[in-house]
Write a protein that binds this ligand. Structure first.
Ligand SMILES: Cc1cc2nc3c(=O)[nH]c(=O)nc-3n(C[C@H](O)[C@H](O)[C@H](O)COP(=O)(O)O)c2cc1C
Length: 176
């Protein structure tokens, strides 16, 4: 079985730090995290299990050139998956956001990655409850749960480590 792939987008580095934390906690079963703007589609699709992380930018959007980032990111990578087959793959998502300043679009970007990989046949693991967060709205909800782990290192930094631990346990129980 292939090692777990961890890919992230970032502007100011927080999502990279969480990706590294996750990799550290997974040890040998994961490859080192890679910025999605350096990944090839072939490399990305070589994993049976993928952990994908993204911040939200703009007004509830994916990181990428159109929200003013200096580098390409998920916005530019996702269209490259068109026509690819991800059936049989398990994908877990984590998203960083700011539930106070962006209370109406908290971690919205998760939904774009979710929908893109589901459309290619992947199965999502790691849906996450909304308990413990304080936000008004999020596009990243499905049946009342976030489509992945929501993290807010700006307002709830002290909760990050325990949330990551609990989520990784959940992923293991869901067959990661
Ligand atoms: C211009 C700008 C727009 C943002 N828009 C959102 C948003 O719509 N929703 C949200 O939850 N967070 C939003 N954020 C917060 C970022 O997602 C958060 O700061 C995140 O930790 C950044 O991750 P990074 O360091 O990996 O780039 C925004 C931040 C900035 C600077």
């Amino acid at each position: 079985m292939s090692k777990i792939g961890i890919y992230f987008g970032t502007d100011t580095g927080r999502t990279r730090r969480i990706a590294k934390l996750i990799a550290q906690k997974l040890g040998d079963s994961a490859v080192p995290p890679l910025n999605i703007n350096r990944a090839t589609v072939e490399q990305f699709l070589a994993h049976d299990v993928l952990i994908l992380g993204t911040p939200t930018y703009g007004d509830g959007e994916l990181p990428g050139l159109s929200v003013g980032l200096a580098q390409e990111s998920w916005e530019e990578f996702l269209p490259c998956l068109a026509g690819q087959d991800m059936s049989g793959k398990k994908v877990a998502l984590f998203g960083l956001g700011d539930q106070e300043k962006y209370s109406n679009e908290f971690v919205d970007a998760l939904i774009f990655i979710h929908d893109a990989v589901v459309a290619r046949g992947a199965r999502i693991i790691g849906y996450w409850p909304v308990d413990g967060y304080s936000f008004k709205a999020s596009q990243a909800l499905l049946d009342g749960r976030f489509v992945g782990l929501a993290l807010d290192p700006i307002n709830q930094a002290a909760l990050t480590d325990a949330r990551v631990d609990a989520w990784l346990q959940q992923l293991k129980s869901e067959g990661m």
